[in-house]
Design a protein around this ligand. Structure first.
Ligand SMILES: [Zn+2]
Ligand SMILES: [Zn+2]
Length: 172
C-alpha cells in the first residue's frame, strides 16, 4: 500500500487495514502468524514533514529460545514516527534525538505496509521466552523442566572437585 505524499489531504489520512505477512518477512523467522496485522494509522503532512501515528495489533506463535516450546506472543504496539524527504538523509546523524523516530521517504512515496512491518519487527524480543523464569530443558533427560515433569537429580557439581575436597580433608 503506497501513499503519495502530495495526495495526503490537509486534514490528514486515516487508514484502518489488516496486512498479511509471511514469517519470512519478519526477523523472527520461526514465528507463525496466528492472525493478520491489524493497523490503525493516521498520516499527516506538515510541510514536507510527514507524521505517522499508529497502532498495530496481532498474535503470533513464537518458539521459546530456552525450552523450544511454542507459545503465543500478542502484539499491541503504538508508535509516533516522523518521515522526512530523502534529501535530508545525509543529516541523519544530526537528527538522532532519541525521542522521535525519524525515517525518510523517497520519490515522494511512503509504503505503509513496510512501515507496519518495520514497527512490528521492533516489538519482538531478542530472545523469545515462554515465561521469564523458563528453566529450559533438563540436561539429563531432555524434557522441559517444569514442576513434576522430570525427576532427574541435576547435580552440577564437578566430580573432580568432590575428589579434591576429600583429598583436602584427608590432609588436614
Ligand atoms: Zn520456555
Ligand atoms: Zn530430567
Amino acid at each position: 500500500m503506497i501513499i503519495e505524499i502530495d495526495k495526503i489531504p490537509p486534514e490528514g489520512l486515516k487508514i484502518s487495514k489488516d496486512f498479511e505477512f509471511f514469517n519470512a518477512d519478519i526477523i523472527e523467522e520461526s514465528a507463525v502468524f496466528l492472525r493478520s496485522v491489524h493497523s490503525e494509522l493516521f498520516i499527516k503532512g506538515i510541510g514536507e514533514e510527514i507524521l505517522i501515528r499508529g497502532r498495530i495489533k496481532t498474535r503470533l506463535s513464537f518458539v521459546c529460545s530456552r525450552c523450544l516450546a511454542p507459545f503465543e506472543f500478542p502484539v499491541d504496539s503504538k508508535f509516533d514516527l516522523v518521515y522526512l524527504p530523502e534529501e535530508l538523509d545525509v543529516f541523519q546523524d544530526k537528527l538522532e534525538n532519541g525521542e522521535i523516530n525519524t525515517f525518510f521517504y523517497y520519490s515522494y512515496k511512503i509504503n505503509v505496509k513496510e512501515v507496519v512491518l518495520e514497527q512490528l519487527n521492533l516489538t519482538f524480543p531478542l530472545k523469545p521466552l515462554c515465561s521469564e523464569n523458563c528453566q529450559g530443558i533438563c540436561p539429563v533427560c531432555g524434557k522441559i523442566i517444569k514442576e513434576g515433569e522430570c525427576a532427574c537429580v541435576r547435580d552440577d557439581s564437578d566430580p573432580r572437585l568432590e575428589k579434591l575436597k576429600t583429598f583436602m580433608k584427608d590432609k588436614r
